[in-house]
Design a protein around this ligand. Structure first.
Ligand code: NAD
Length: 421
């Protein structure tokens, strides 16, 4: 068993002890229902063939079909995909979606592929896993390194392989292929709705809150846009290459950073040479330095295991919002709690993506097309309900928001598992 999955299971163990679950229920929750591995072979533009390992993990369908993204990233390995599938099962249960958990991945760097190569790889993935997927079985979606174009290719390949064109087989598609309005921004927007509720509880005005964001991709950038719009002050941002930190008393401008990312692929709003920035309103730093920079809120929107035992005691933020999956290592949690740092856990903070994916699946099945206003309203209602339940449980049981969220999700999964057996 790989570390990432062992880490995930430590959370299960803690909840199991609290809930006093039957051993046979625990045994079912401790492992995925299925692990499917394949070796994909696809043609490069120069005629060579590339062979890569690929996975799909299906985790507890007691509450409904498996659901979860497909990741293209060079570090993909089975333990990580198992952990992510486990978190998807918990997330769907927490926000009461009719799905279990799933995750897929290919160990490859998509940035090194041409569009045509990416298309051949996406279609090869779908062909390898077509017989375990389906609107009632397992419904993939985008994740790190994949996007709506990849989902469109996969939906098209599914139709070719099965002879059935079923939009609901995959979510996160483009609008003209049956995607949902609001899917693109859903994860960042969902995190934003959760933060607003949190600020109400803490009696904090948005204008009084400074924030730093690690990861300026889909989740991080949409969150930053919305939070900046209500007056929260962006004082730090990083992508995988560079961090930019505002000078004391200054705020970073979302539009300048967003334009720099679009036009030049960097979060740096200036054009000074790296390490030689002379701007008065900000300075350059390493992505790692950002995590311990000054700011009230730290938003983690990059990858797993960013806050660890090594840096947890240096975090200065008093609030953490986890838009990424598992960005805090289990051993860092007690260290953060010890310093009074509150963490809004991933399975709540980043559930917006799978919630709107569920809306897409529902629209496809009912042959409907909802307005963006409708999608936003339903997303907000779903997340505010989940936040209120987790907040109350944490208060009553005097536990962290993470413990409350995980315990509640595991109870729902365990109840569904027991009912079924
Ligand atoms: P993305 O690929 O669009 O963006 C990732 C960003 O993180 C990029 O800006 C990249 O440069 C940055 N990054 C990578 N390593 C970094 C590092 N060490 N320091 C600073 N920045 C770094 O991915 P995304 O879709 O925004 O997903 C981000 C995270 O959110 C992932 O953990 C993903 O699983 C999770 N998530 C995403 C969604 C979604 O709908 N997009 C839903 C749920 C969870």
């Amino acid at each position: 068993m790989e570390d990432a999955f062992a880490n995930a299971l430590t959370h299960l163990d803690a909840a199991v002890a609290k809930l006093k679950l039957k051993p046979e229920t625990v045994a079912l929750l401790q492992q995925p229902n299925r692990i499917i591995q394949a070796v994909l072979s696809f043609t490069r533009d120069d005629g060579r063939r590339t062979i890569v390992p690929a996975y799909r993990v299906q985790y507890s369908n007691a509450r409904g079909p498996y659901k979860g993204g497909i990741r293209f990233h060079p570090n993909v390995e089975l333990g990580e995909i198992m952990a992510l599938a486990f978190w998807m099962a918990l997330k769907c249960a927490l926000v009461e979606l009719p799905f279990g958990g799933g995750k897929g991945g290919v160990a490859i760097d998509p940035k090194l592929l041409s569009e045509k190569e990416k298309e051949r790889l996406s279609r090869a993935y779908l062909r390898a896993f077509a017989d375990v997927l389906g609107p009632e079985r397992d419904v993939p979606a985008p994740d790190v390194g994949t996007d709506e174009q990849v989902m469109d290719w996969m939906a098209d390949e599914y139709a070719k392989v099965t002879g059935r064109r079923e939009a609901a087989v995959i979510t996160g598609k483009s609008l003209h292929q049956g995607g949902s309005r609001g899917r693109e921004t859903a994860t960042g927007r969902g995190g934003f709705y959760v933060l607003q509720k949190m600020l109400e509880k803490l009696k904090r005005k948005p204008e009084s809150l400074s924030f730093i964001v690690q990861g300026f991709g889909n989740a991080g950038s949409h969150f930053t846009r919305l939070a900046s719009r209500i007056g929260c002050k962006l004082v730090g941002v990083a992508d995988s290459k560079l961090a930019v930190l505002a000078s004391k008393g200054k705020t970073l401008d979302f539009s300048a950073i967003s334009n720099a990312k679009l036009e030049r692929g960097t979060v740096d709003p200036c054009r000074c040479a790296e390490g030689k920035c002379r701007c008065a309103d900000h300075r350059h730093a390493t992505p790692q330095e950002l995590l311990t920079a000054d700011g009230d809120l730290l938003v983690l929107a990059a990858l797993e295991n960013q806050i660890t035992a090594a840096n947890a005691m240096s975090v200065k933020a008093k609030l953490i919002l986890e838009l990424a999956n598992a960005p805090t290592a289990p051993e860092a949690d007690p260290l953060l709690a010890q310093q009074g740092i509150m963490v809004i856990p991933d399975i709540l903070a980043n559930a917006g993506g799978v919630i709107v994916s569920t809306f897409e699946w529902q629209q496809n099945r009912a042959n409907e097309s909802w307005t963006e206003a409708d999608v936003k309203q339903k997303l907000q209602t779903t997340l505010e309900r989940a936040f209120a339940t987790v907040w109350e449980l944490a208060k009553v049981q005097r536990v962290t928001l993470r413990t409350a969220a995980i315990t509640l999700a595991i109870k729902r999964l365990a109840d569904a598992t027991t009912k079924r057996s």
